[in-house]
Ligand binder design. Structure first.
Ligand code: AMP
Length: 587
């Protein structure tokens, strides 16, 4: 990859100081896309093209071949789907466009994306064709005629061999995740398809890596391709603690609510990918009793400023924003940034988390990562040169412990208002004198009145958190036999318990700092850190020497002796779930 040359697409983050007179953002309309496609983009709520889209779309619209170095999560699907849809003629019997993808999962995703972006183009038909699915459905659709076929190479070859797929009118061929296709043994199929389709077709090849075999294929079968890669040169500030949480899309709102309950936050920005989602999330947070507002590119500047001023003044605690709307925002109160959706490039990540940790303060960034986005997480860590610490979903116990602590705090604060206490003491004394009820029960009854309809404690409700294995650089494979990705516990690590937690307002950074200093540990010696209400669980090397253990046991964090000891199971036990590796299916 080091010698990879070509067009560098770069999104320069706007420094905070330039925020409000930031240069105009490039829009999808600037790229020359068809009006019907632009309309669909408005519906889905994307604000601006991602770096790979901005660089690729104009080149594809000029009719040139492209080799794009891009990973999942960068918006590469739209980078090829939008120009194909903008240029194609519909209604031919034989397909005009073919997308080859390594897995059934990706093929289906690409189909869905095409359908979404083609919502306002009449009569476009998209067909997924992959192994494992019966031929009948595919055959009848092919007989009726389709415009775009998205398939895995093996099954496409089967149809070509049987004469059930006619690619003689093909105008656009896309190879998606080309390196993956080769790794899975599809090289020959891919080359046959490249060679046996019309010579004047336009080809776009996307790959996360650029091995020699792909260079050779692109030199042999592509016509003077423009090489496009996204430049990532970024660093993040050391005063920001960066964590991530593996969640499924459906769990995000519950996960966010639990985080809001247990984190000590002052002001927060929650980033979503689309404008529509900012509104939805803000609405759901308001329904759960938080002061939250949405800002996005469609919100008028005056309204945006009003909202930001409310955040500054503490009248509002949570802003749900898109990248564009939050560009350059400089509000000291923002203690937390939550990436509800990961951004589409690493520079946006750096820009987003830079909204916290302002004016020399510390900040917290929490990123929601769905199991499919593992690679984007790795890309972020590589680009920022900082590993992110995995956190687990706050449990019902964590949430309830925080609620009880807050309840205690509220009582303590109320007791300080001596005048009010004197008045109510008389009221209570009067009640006790006239009813045969102990004072403690009266206090409890008053608490019930104060609590209203909201239960004090959360009911036990388990959310099965998905996991992934950080060491496995593979997306889930075709076949889908297991129940979802899991995190494989690294055998090098053991889980230790330390006697400081959320109650002591301890942060992962302090734990790493203290243990590294006292025990002479390095960054690589730390695995996941989970902060609970009264204790924390830290993964450290299983083979720590007696001497190191002794020194660590005597360590203090925030003045508290941490009493480090091996964790005997309990709540961390679920982390040792056996991994279920997927067999690699060929199609
Ligand atoms: P991909 O890399 O193509 O798998 O896209 C990753 C995700 O980003 C998908 O959920 C897309 O819907 C979303 N996406 C693609 N382009 C944009 C954009 N310009 N703005 C916001 N989200 C986008």
């Amino acid at each position: 990859m080091a010698d990879y040359r070509g067009v560098m697409a770069s999104e320069t983050p706007v420094p905070a100081a330039e925020a409000d007179n930031a240069p105009e953002q490039l829009t999808f309309a600037d790229l020359g896309l068809d009006a019907a496609v632009l309309k669909a983009l408005k519906d889905v709520g994307y604000e601006t093209p991602s770096a790979i889209q901005a660089a690729t779309i104009p080149v594809l619209l000029q009719g040139r071949d492209v080799v794009g170095l891009a990973q999942t999560g960068t918006g590469k699907t739209a980078a090829f789907a939008l120009p194909v849809l903008s240029q194609m003629e519909t209604g031919h019997k034989n397909p005009q466009a073919l997308v080859l993808a390594p897995t059934r999962e990706l093929a289906l995703q690409v189909c869905e994306a095409f359908e979404k972006y083609a919502a306002h183009i009449k009569g476009v038909s998209v067909l997924p064709v992959y192994g494992g699915q019966g031929y009948g459905q595919q055959l009848s659709a092919l007989r009726r005629g389709v415009d775009i076929v998205v398939g895995t190479p093996g099954r496409i070859m089967d149809h070509l061999d049987k004469g059930t797929l006619d690619l003689s009118e093909l105008k656009y061929l896309v190879l998606d995740e080309a390196d993956e296709m080769l790794k899975m043994g599809f090289a020959e199929d891919v080359e046959t398809i490249l060679a046996d389709t019309p010579a004047d077709k336009q080809v776009a090849l996307f790959s996360a890596t650029m091995p020699a075999q792909i260079r050779r294929i692109s030199a042999q079968y592509l016509n003077d391709p423009e090489e496009i890669t996204v430049k990532t040169k970024t660093t993040t500030s050391a005063n920001i603690t960066q964590r991530y949480l593996v969640v499924s899309y459906q769990q995000k709102i519950d996960a966010l609510t639990r985080i809001l309950e247990v984190e000590n936050f002052e002001g927060m920005i929650v980033f979503t990918r689309t404008k529509n989602e900012t509104e939805t999330v803000a609405e759901k947070l308001r329904a759960r009793g938080y002061t939250a507002a949405a800002i996005n590119g469609d919100v008028a500047q005056v309204q945006r400023e009003r909202t930001v001023n409310q955040l500054k003044a503490g009248k509002l605690d949570i802003l749900v924003a898109t990248d564009v709307a939050a560009r350059g925002l400089d509000v000291e109160r923002i203690s937390h940034v939550v990436n509800y959706d990961l951004p589409i490039d690493t520079e946006s990540y750096v820009h987003r988390i830079g909204r916290t940790g302002r004016a020399g303060r510390t900040g917290d960034a929490i990123s929601f990562v769905t199991p499919r986005e593992r690679r984007m997480l790795t890309a972020i860590e590589k680009a920022t040169r900082q590993p992110l610490t995995e956190m687990s979903l706050p449990s019902v116990d964590d949430v309830n412990a925080t609620r009880l602590t807050r309840f205690d705090d509220a009582i303590t604060a109320a007791l300080e208002d001596t005048a009010a206490i004197a008045t109510f003491r008389d009221v209570v004394a009067h009640y006790v004198a006239h009813h045969d009820v102990p004072e403690a029960d009266v206090a409890a009854a008053l608490a019930v009145v104060a609590q209203g309809d909201t239960p004090l404690l959360l009911e036990e409700e388990t959310i099965a958190q998905p996991r992934f294995d950080r060491d496995r650089d593979r997306a889930p494979r075709e076949g889908g036999r297991d129940g979802g990705p899991r995190r494989e516990r690294d055998a090098r690590f053991a889980t230790y318990r330390i006697a400081v937690g959320r109650r002591q307002r301890v942060e992962p950074r302090q734990i790493v700092g203290a243990l590294a200093n006292e025990g002479g540990l390095r960054r690589n010696d730390f695995g996941a850190i989970q902060i609970r209400q009264d204790f924390s669980l830290v993964e450290l090397p299983a083979d720590l020497s007696r001497d190191t253990l002794d020194r660590l046991t005597d360590t203090r964090i925030s003045g508290v002796l941490i009493d480090l000891r091996l964790d005997q199971g309990g709540r961390s036990a679920k982390r040792s779930d056996r991994p279920q590796r997927r067999p690699r299916d060929r199609d």
